[in-house]
Design a protein around this ligand. Structure first.
Ligand code: AMP
Length: 365
């Protein structure tokens, strides 16, 4: 297995907070980092060794970037296909484009889950207003209409409580504009009456070995992650089933890197997969302080061809996102020895903007 030597450079596509935390983990292992993204003075740029501020479509900038790095990974999955193809033909990209392609599109993602025998909420593809009519008849209500691509934190989603909401939901996700041709535009999903939401994060090395973090229990407020708690309130069999799904998914994608799978646990104890992301995930931030090795270091190890390590948890933890003006709560956390603070270097606490998070630890139960 080829291992990147100390001082080698890890390229990171995307320069938000996940990139920032990847840079910090890379530095601990003796690597330089070079981040690439469109935003100036970004959270990642502040701590990276080097930075390119350019559009993902700027091939000249991508060429300079790929020549300057030894391997490329990414902190978000909506990398344009053209950028991913360009980088793949010029350098080593971990994880590969295939994982991105599946995770970028909710329909491909659901078909992929079916192919590895992992259940999802009932769903139906929707490309036209007429399709929506048929989908509502098939799936019933309540249901959620979601754009197939580029949705996050509840953006591009509209709830349909009864059939009469279909017009408003269609208007909400199309913005009243004609739907572009090409891939199917949206998907209608049955609304799941869940007992809780969980996620599993697994890492897979160049040699195919997999390590898997424990599931966390996630609470969303206004569609955005608010807290992740470990241990999740699920039994051992449910936790194992959830981890098996994440590991099957990684093997099927032959993925080198990280995979986060978000799931619903239904009131009758079944697991339904919601979505997945082949990158560090907000619901895995608890690993920074509750485990010997966190999700960011596992990804850097995988990308660099280093061995992965047992991610056993040594403490119970609650990760709380600091969104917008929540940032001012750090003055309380600063005097709490159980609180481990991670801020992203953003200056303006706009509503809905993730400014940081805090991991509050308790002795392991
Ligand atoms: P998503 O962007 O698909 O992860 O959705 C964000 C959040 O909306 C999820 O974490 C859930 O809290 C909620 N949600 C999304 N889809 C469904 C569904 N089919 N049933 C119930 N809640 C959902």
């Amino acid at each position: 297995m080829h291992r990147l030597p100390s001082g080698a450079t890890i390229g990171i596509l995307g320069n938000g907070q996940l990139g920032r935390m990847l840079c910090l983990a890379a530095a601990r292992l003796g690597y330089r980092t070079h981040v690439f993204g469109p935003d100036k003075d970004s959270p990642a740029e502040q701590v990276a060794t080097d930075s390119t501020v350019a559009a993902y479509t700027d091939e000249a900038a991508l060429a300079r970037f790929s020549a300057a790095v030894d391997v490329v990974t990414f902190e978000f999955e909506n990398v344009p296909a053209t950028a991913a193809a360009f980088l793949t033909s010029h350098t080593t990209v971990r994880p590969s484009w295939r994982a991105l392609e599946v995770a970028q599109d909710r329909i491909k993602e659901k078909q992929f889950f079916a192919s590895i025998n992992a259940a999802t909420p009932p769903w139906h593809p929707v490309h036209t207003r007429e399709d929506l009519e048929a989908a509502v008849k098939k799936i019933g209500t309540p249901a959620v209409l979601k754009t197939a691509r580029l949705g996050y934190d509840g953006k591009g989603q509209a709830k349909i409580k009864s059939a009469s909401d279909a017009d408003a939901a269609w208007q909400a996700i199309t913005g009243g504009k004609p739907v572009p041709g090409g891939d199917t535009f949206a998907v209608l999903e049955g609304f799941v009456d869940f007992r809780c939401e969980i996620s599993v994060i697994a890492a897979r090395g160049v040699d195919g070995s997999i390590v898997c973090f424990e599931p966390s229990e996630n609470v969303h407020t206004n569609h955005m992650l608010d807290t992740s708690t470990v241990p999740a309130r699920i039994d051992a069999a449910t936790a194992k089933t959830a981890q098996d799904i994440a590991m099957r998914a990684m093997k099927a994608l032959d993925l080198v890197g990280l995979l986060a799978v978000e799931m619903f646990v239904t009131t009758d104890g079944k697991i339904l997969c919601n979505e997945m992301a082949p990158r560090p995930h907000n619901s895995g931030h608890w690993t920074q302080n509750a485990c010997g090795t966190d999700q960011f270091e596992q990804l850097i190890r995988a990308a660099a061809g280093l061995p992965l390590v047992d991610p056993a948890r040594h403490s119970d933890a609650v990760m709380k996102n600091l969104v917008g003006e929540d940032i001012f709560k750090i003055y309380t956390y600063l005097t709490d020895p159980a609180a481990h603070i991670h801020l992203y270097g953003k200056t303006e606490p706009r509503p809905g903007r993730k400014m940081g998070h805090v991991n509050i630890l308790k002795p392991k139960t």
